[in-house]
Design a protein around this ligand. Sequence first.
Ligand SMILES: [Zn+2]
Length: 200
Amino acid sequence: MKSNKALVKVMRPPEPEKESIAPLVREMLTKLGEDPTREGLERTPQRVDQAMRFLTSGYQADIKKLVNGALYEVKYDEMVVVKDIEFFSMCEHHMLPFFGKIHVAYLPRHKVIGLSKIPRIVDAFARRLQIQERLTQDVAQTIQDVLEPVGVGVICEARHFCMMMRGVEKQHSGAMTSAMLGAFRDRKSTRDEFLSLVNH
Ligand SMILES: [Zn+2]
């Protein structure tokens, strides 16, 4: 995939305090043939409002703030790999969950980042309406922008509810995407090292 700075920066966070979507959820329940006043559904619109706000809270994430104080100047030029980062996101086509694991690697140039920040970067982009390809690219590009490393590699393995729930034969289908920047794109040996570390 090609690197594209604009991709990450263009996202406009919505105003944090907005109208509740609960009335819309109530209307949706009615249109689906449900009775939103029955006991089990009474508080559902408010719960959906809360849940959706959490699941899209990545729009408000401030990457600069998030990595602030966790960048370290070091003389370390071996590959850093953080693998099996669990994530949960929502596909923008059906607003159904997709989830899986992301593996991140980079070759430092002169900076490293606190390891715990990488899963937080993943969450910042997963908690939005996404497609798997863009999520993968967003994580790679952000690490590229923040650390300016020699290269970044990101692999994402995911299963999509919109595929799993809508067709019996697709229940086990998974999708894999990757974004390779710098040395990870240009050097096969670097890419292979990453792949072998991830597959262990
Ligand atoms: Zn979908």
